[in-house]
Write a protein that binds this ligand. Structure first.
Ligand SMILES: Nc1ncnc2c1ncn2[C@@H]1O[C@H](COP(=O)(O)OP(=O)(O)OP(=O)(O)O)[C@@H](O)[C@H]1O
Ligand SMILES: [Mg+2]
Length: 143
């Protein structure tokens, strides 16, 4: 079964590496302009999944959670913009302030943790991912 069908049914991983592997498989299937939203509780594995995307695109820089600076940009074989909206106020001006549209060019992937904190997203969403945790298990699915 291909990765999208498997994600529709939900994939359960029992290690960080297995989560990286799922991200890698999805990374290979994304269009040149990809927006992923990642929903799930604290510690559900959203940032871990984004680290897996970074691996897939040969990004050498360490991916760290951008909680305080809202987003980080990385360049590999594809541009990766990793956003954590957790601390954002729902202000419509936010996208003008971030100036992301001037900074990202295809092929890119914008991966957004806590998308519900944003007033809107100025690109079509390619895939909505949902992550849940139970002990060491993480279940990743398409919402
Ligand atoms: N199967 C697994 N897949 C991913 N992470 C796992 C797994 N098992 C354990 N973990 C651990 O769960 C934690 C996930 O943290 P991560 O920062 O990715 O969560 P998050 O969803 O981004 O949280 P936050 O909302 O705080 O940003 C890490 O400490 C990781 O080591
Ligand atoms: Mg995170």
């Amino acid at each position: 079964m291909n990765i999208l069908d498997r994600l529709k049914s939900g994939i359960t991983t029992s290690s960080v590496e297995a989560t990286y592997q799922v991200a890698c498989e999805l990374a290979a299937q994304l269009p040149d302009e990809a927006v992923l939203t990642l929903e799930g509780d604290l510690g559900a594995g959203k940032t871990t999944f984004v680290k897996g995307l970074a691996q897939a695109w040969d990004i050498q820089e360490a991916v760290t959670s951008p909680t305080f600076n809202i987003y980080n940009l990385y360049q590999g074989t594809r541009q990766l913009a990793h956003m954590d909206a957790y601390r954002l106020e729902k202000s419509p001006e936010i996208w003008d302030e971030l100036m992301l549209e001037e900074l990202i060019f295809p092929p890119f992937c914008l991966a957004i943790e806590w998308p519900s904190k944003l007033p809107f997203i100025p690109w079509p969403i390619t895939h909505r991912l949902q992550l849940t945790a139970q002990g060491e298990m993480r279940t990743i699915s398409l919402a």
